[in-house]
Design a protein around this ligand. Structure first.
Ligand code: SF4
Length: 187
């Protein structure tokens, strides 16, 4: 049917129901065959852009349990289907080959990055956290009032942390006696 229609000269096609020539009468053979990349998705998951405080709604398109595209969610009362360039590119947060997935470490005085295993990095963080807490612990004021705190540990979270992660981080660091706990998360 589409092939038959394209055999008709464009002007005739336009006169037959597309007077402004902006619809199917202007369609090339190639564009007639195009399909949105989201058409191949197995399912769509509603989410929230992880980048900033606006909290725009996103639709995450999944195929074979992999994210294939992320677009604005028209059902979001906040963004009504729109995403800024950063949010519109957030599929790259998941799939970019440039995404760093290894632990990078530059030791004091070092000039190059080293790669550590996650286990080794976790052990190093835990050891420093425990040591710093022990060395900076303040049990009470000079006047004997209870303090039970450390000013040697601070926490600054990232934008891709979600509410549940931040809940646990806040509980953990408060229990450790830290006072300065902040995050940038909006999810
Ligand atoms: S799409 Fe842009 S404006 Fe919206 S939450 Fe993401 S970064 Fe913020």
């Amino acid at each position: 049917m589409a092939d038959r229609r394209r055999a008709i000269p464009p002007l005739i096609r336009q006169l037959a129901g597309d007077p402004l020539g902006l619809g199917r009468s202007a369609q090339s053979e190639r564009s007639a065959r195009l399909a949105p990349r989201t058409a191949a998705a197995d399912r769509v998951v509603q989410s929230v852009c992880p980048y900033c405080a606006v909290g725009c709604g996103q639709k995450v398109f999944v195929k074979d349990e992999r994210v294939i595209q992320i677009e604005g969610d028209p059902d979001s009362p906040i963004s009504r289907g729109r995403l800024c360039p950063k949010g519109a590119a957030s599929e790259k947060l998941v799939n970019s080959p440039m995404r760093e997935t290894r632990v990078k470490y530059r030791r004091p005085g070092g000039t190059d990055w080293e790669y550590l295993s996650l286990e080794q990095a976790t052990d190093m963080i835990a050891e420093r956290l425990i040591r710093t807490r022990r060395e900076t612990w303040e049990e009470e004021t000079d006047g004997g009032q209870p303090l039970k705190r450390t000013l040697g540990i601070h926490f600054l979270g990232g934008a891709t942390l979600d509410s549940e992660e931040n809940y646990l981080i806040k509980k953990f660091f408060t229990a450790m006696g830290a006072l300065s706990i902040e995050n940038q998360a909006r999810i």
